[in-house]
Write a protein that binds this ligand. Structure first.
Ligand SMILES: [Zn+2]
Length: 653
């Protein structure tokens, strides 16, 4: 029957050839970074052919890893849908993130303008900066792809092609592997009369919309370094506007941590290429952070010399990189099939963020990059910070409702989440005589599931219990999820959990734990919970946020809610965000003497709304101070305790 085969091949040949020669992806996006008008960029899409007469085109309401609403559609204007002849099709904007296109079966092109989220006129909640977008003409472009590119309802799956026209002297840092770099400009549709001098086009492919959104790209003057970690090539791409820090210095700083992480993960990395993309800002910042992706992570941080940020940089990098384990490998269905416009949250932030955060610290003590004292101090800080949050609501519910009811509890995922992981790790070690750890469990789960196989959100606890010990099931019931049924909708289950068993866990490790310890000492009359931040003439200043917890000296000084702190003993407080702030307060504290006065100059707004400088004075005196969650290795620890501690710290003989 050979001839028949030949006939079919002949018939099919022209079609196959056509598809191959054009090599076009269903979604073809073109962006021209050299054409910035009014701080906005023009984007064109040749969309997949549509069969339906009416289709909705979406920008994401939310992207994975941020756990908060972004509404990227806010930054998109003048969206036009065109047919083959260039005639506009009717388009109706349905809400912040969706456009309904009529006669979509005739659609051949979509075009629009995108504003960036970092410096914008658009109103509403700020987007988490590492998930935001930046357009600084000729200098820097942060393309968090969800902010630049949309998708059609029900059509996340087809391939995407990005053609990015860029000035010749900029470089794109990304975890994507470029299909072609600097391809000839005539391969893309350019407006007639476009000046093509000094321009090239980078071509990238993504296998679906999830992959696209998972792949940020930053364009800037090249400042890169490469670290080889086992099988993986790790790219560092950096943008430091005043040149205070370089990619080469960052690489030197995080190299050791990455090497330790590789060992921790069993000697090899689960990726071949990974990119750390850093944007450093020289503007004052009140919040900064980083966001994980499968093949990269993006960092938005204040610009400083490497010496001043070493530890934080390493902590951040270790955390984001460990997300490769969870949720990027071990995750539930809610994350696997992420709904960008109607998201369902998983119950397991204790694992995605908590275990990740815990591992990021644990790996550093296990491989001697931090001392035991520094590690214990990190744990203590988490315990103190966690005290500001709800403690008796199951963490599964905090997680499930993190977009709405419990949004103000989100930050606790890095505190209590990590502490849950710590307790679980020690429990596992104890029950297995030091043999099995949380790392082993996570590696087993990675093996069992993996990037393309999700677990059932409500079966994870039973699964882990079956893989480990019945006592672990009991641990989850008492401290993480409660004993009742899991909540199914936004109605709380009413379940309650017990405070984490710190006493027992630290006892097992031969570490002395004291929940509270009180003594007398000097203070400046203010403490962290009293303080907030306000802007005076666009400069961030400390403010008395609440007088509810003022100590005796604070009360004697007579602080009022809303007082803006300007000076102590007539010495001006340095600008927040400047590196001198900590030293200034330390110096003021050291200078306190019984029998002298302390004064604060504050900006106080009176009942007529006028702000006046006011000086508050009180005699210096020692006040009752309480310190919480004191931890110290017990010098009299038993051999059993020492053995468990050694196993925990990866120091078993
Ligand atoms: Zn994280």
């Amino acid at each position: 029957m050979r001839s028949l085969v030949v006939i079919i091949v002949t018939l099919l040949a022209p079609v196959v050839n056509f598809a191959q020669s054009s090599n076009e992806k269903p979604y073809q996006y073109t962006v021209d970074l050299t054409r910035v008008v009014n701080d906005r960029i023009y984007v064109e899409l040749i969309p997949p052919a549509q069969k339906e007469k009416q289709m909705t085109f979406y920008f994401p309401k939310i992207v994975p890893g941020t756990y908060s609403i972004a509404d990227y559609g806010r930054y998109v204007t003048e969206l036009k849908a065109l047919d083959k002849k260039g005639k506009q099709l009717p388009v109706e904007k349905v809400d912040e993130n969706s456009w309904r296109i009529k006669n979509a079966n005739k659609l051949t092109k979509i075009s629009y303008w995108v504003d960036d989220s970092w410096d914008t006129r658009v109103k509403g909640e700020e987007i988490f900066w590492p998930a935001g977008t930046n357009i600084e003409e000729g200098r820097n472009y942060v393309i968090n792809t969800g902010g630049f590119f949309g998708y059609f309802e029900g059509q996340k799956e087809p391939d995407f092609q990005l053609n990015i026209i860029r000035p010749k002297d900029l470089y794109g840092s990304t975890g994507l592997i470029p299909e072609k770099t600097a391809a000839p400009l005539n391969k893309v549709n350019l407006e007639k009369g476009t000046d093509t001098t000094n321009k090239v086009v980078d071509v990238y492919n993504a296998t679906d919309y999830d992959h696209l959104v998972d792949s940020p790209i930053m364009y800037a003057k090249p400042d890169t370094a490469i670290i080889k970690v086992a099988n993986a090539e790790v790219l560092i791409g950096s943008y430091s506007p005043t040149g205070k820090v370089s990619a080469r210095e960052i690489a030197a700083s995080i190299r050791e941590v990455l090497m330790a992480q590789k060992e921790f993960l069993g000697g090899k990395l689960p990726v071949d290429k990974y990119a750390f993309i850093f944007y450093f800002t020289d503007k004052p910042v009140l919040s900064y952070g980083a966001l994980e992706h499968s093949y990269s992570s993006f960092y938005y941080m204040p610009e400083m010399p490497i010496g001043q940020m070493n530890q934080q940089l390493r902590d951040f990098a270790a955390h984001e990189f460990f997300h490769i384990v969870t949720p990027l490998t071990v995750h539930s269905r809610e994350i696997e099939d992420f709904d960008f416009n109607d998201p369902e949250m998983s119950r397991h932030l204790w694992m995605y963020e908590g275990v990740t955060e815990y591992f990021a610290s644990l790996v550093q003590v296990q491989y001697d990059l931090v001392s035991l004292d520094e590690f214990i101090q990190t744990i203590r800080e988490k315990m103190i910070t966690a005290d500001q949050f709800i403690n008796d609501v199951p963490f599964t519910e905090i997680s499930k409702f993190t977009l709405d009811k419990y949004h103000d509890q989100y930050y606790n995922v890095y505190q209590k989440g990590a502490l849950i992981a710590l307790c679980l790790d020690v429990k596992l070690r104890k029950l297995s005589n030091g043999e099995r750890s949380l790392r082993d469990l996570m590696l087993d789960l990675s093996e069992k599931y993996g990037k393309n196989k999700a677990f059932d959100d409500d079966k994870l606890f039973a699964e882990i219990t079956a893989m480990t010990f019945p006592e672990i099931g009991e641990f989850f019931e008492r401290y993480v999820k409660g004993t009742g049924a899991l909540p199914v909708d936004t109605t709380a289950s009413g379940n309650r959990v017990e405070p984490l068993p710190f006493e027992e866990v630290f006892e097992d490790l031969g570490i002395i734990y004291a929940e509270e310890h009180t003594f007398e000492d000097y203070t400046l009359g203010i403490d962290n919970p009293d303080l907030g931040i306000t802007q005076i003439d666009s400069v961030p200043k400390l403010q008395i946020a609440t007088t509810a917890h003022l100590n005796e000296l604070g009360k004697a000084l007579g602080f009022q809610e809303g007082d803006v702190l300007l000076a102590i003993n007539e010495e001006p407080i340095p600008d927040l965000g400047s590196p001198d702030v900590g030293a200034f307060f330390q110096e003021q504290l050291m200078g306190l003497r019984e029998g002298t006065d302390i004064s604060f100059t504050v900006l106080r707004t009176n009942s007529n709304g006028e702000a006046k400088e006011t000086i508050l004075t009180a005699p210096v005196k020692k006040v009752q101070i309480s310190q919480r969650h004191l931890l110290a290795p017990n010098p009299q620890a038993t051999p059993d305790q020492l053995a468990l501690r050694a196993a925990w710290l990866g120091k078993e003989q």
